[in-house]
Design a protein around this ligand. Structure first.
Ligand SMILES: [Zn+2]
Length: 384
């Protein structure tokens, strides 16, 4: 504080001392433990603190006053601090003084405190709203944006949990020759995807006709998908489509929607650990038409890059379309998670063809067909 500023805080109170009520208070300069009695007046510009025998009063302008706790209309007393004299304080044990001061220095009232403590939150909320508005304008979903920020470790952990909750007690099909054949096909498509991690594809001994992607580049094919496929190109087509979902982070986005943005942000920051008990149903991992088109587009691009014919995908979805028509839409499987089979088969068929080689050797295809030969589910546990 400069000498000039110090001077400006002092002025003669002779004009006011007769016209305003004097309250008795105690003043402490904050440097010594002792407080001294003071005559306190509410002047024109600020609190005037007069000391017995001193010619001039100290003036604390109203705008620079503070209180450790906010003043209310019912405050029995007031403990005042002053911005430019840190440590100094004035105590006036009079409710009339407190009430009068709260009108002259509104920034020290509880209403002002409420607003001041709420302000950071309001600003934060407004910032988040702005971010979401920008995302909305950019046609990006917040859930997808959050999904893209999930660290690989969190995606893998969540994927593992989702996998467990969906697969349940059903057994994985691990017949070695079939497994090796599948690995070769997965590697071919996975490498074409340019994904930093290779997809982890599991076949589950499950009578339901379905295939789905879970977070962390993981895919589940049911035994029925393998047995209902007429060619390895059909399996390759289904796989490429599911990889498309994975590359577009559709499973992660679905999970973020289910657990909510707050829990997802905890996953991102690592504070949340794992998501406990996400009781996922198959329908919860079903996607919108837009997402299906994105997965189809990605899948077809993968097939092209891996030089696998898309005819399998077209044939598979066409056949599914027929079953869909006959069975109705109530079937709880691939049709539920992958609707509009026929429409999408037609879209895929309309694409120009590219040079291709067989998706699998005859031996590999034969081995894959019997990948579930030795899988035995625990009796009574599997509701196929
Ligand atoms: Zn799909």
């Amino acid at each position: 504080m400069t000498a000039a500023a110090k001077v400006s805080h002092r002025r003669s109170t002779s004009m006011h001392s007769e016209t305003t009520t004097a309250f008795s208070g105690r003043y402490s300069d904050g440097k010594t433990a002792r407080s001294v009695p003071a005559d306190v007046r509410l002047g024109e510009r600020g609190i005037e603190i007069g000391f017995p025998g001193a010619p001039q009063a100290l003036v604390w302008p109203y705008g620079a006053l503070g209180t450790p706790t906010p003043l209310t209309a019912k405050s029995p007393d007031a403990l005042i601090t002053y911005e430019f004299m840190p440590g100094a304080s004035l105590f006036v044990g009079d409710r009339k003084f407190a009430a009068a001061l709260s009108k002259l220095a509104p920034q020290i009232t509880s209403r002002a405190y409420g607003w001041r403590s709420a302000r950071p939150w309001i600003i934060a909320a407004a910032s988040i709203a702005l971010v979401f508005a920008v995302l909305w304008a950019a046609n990006l979903s917040p859930a997808r944006w959050v999904a893209a920020m999930l660290p690989d470790r969190a995606r893998a952990a969540v994927g593992e949990q989702v996998m467990k909750s969906m697969v349940g007690a059903r057994k994985e099909c691990v017949e070695p020759a079939g497994r090796a054949a599948l690995d070769r096909l997965v590697a071919r498509l996975s490498d074409a995807s340019g994904a930093k991690a290779r997809f982890n594809v599991r076949v589950i001994d499950w009578g339901l006709l379905n295939a789905f992607a879970v977070p962390g580049e993981q895919i589940v094919l049911t035994r029925q998908i393998i047995t209902q496929s007429k060619t390895p190109e059909e399996v390759a087509g289904v796989l490429a489509h599911e990889m498309g979902h994975g590359l577009e982070l559709h499973p992660e986005t679905a999970i973020v929607r289910i657990i909510g943005l707050t829990a997802a942000l905890e996953l991102i920051t690592g504070g949340g650990g794992t998501i406990a008990n996400v009781g996922l149903g198959l329908t919860q991992l079903s996607y919108t038409r837009v997402a299906e088109r994105e997965a189809d587009a990605r899948g077809l691009a993968l097939l092209e890059k891996a030089q696998v014919s898309p005819s399998g995908l077209v044939d598979f979805f066409r056949r599914m379309g027929e079953i869909e028509r006959k069975a109705g839409k109530s079937d709880f499987g691939l049709f539920r998670t992958h609707p509009q089979s026929e429409e999408r088969a037609n879209a895929a068929a309309a694409r120009p063809r590219w040079p291709s080689t067989p998706a699998m050797s005859t031996e590999d295809w034969k081995a894959l067909r019997s990948i579930c030969a030795t899988a035995k589910a625990e009796p009574g546990k599997v509701p196929d």
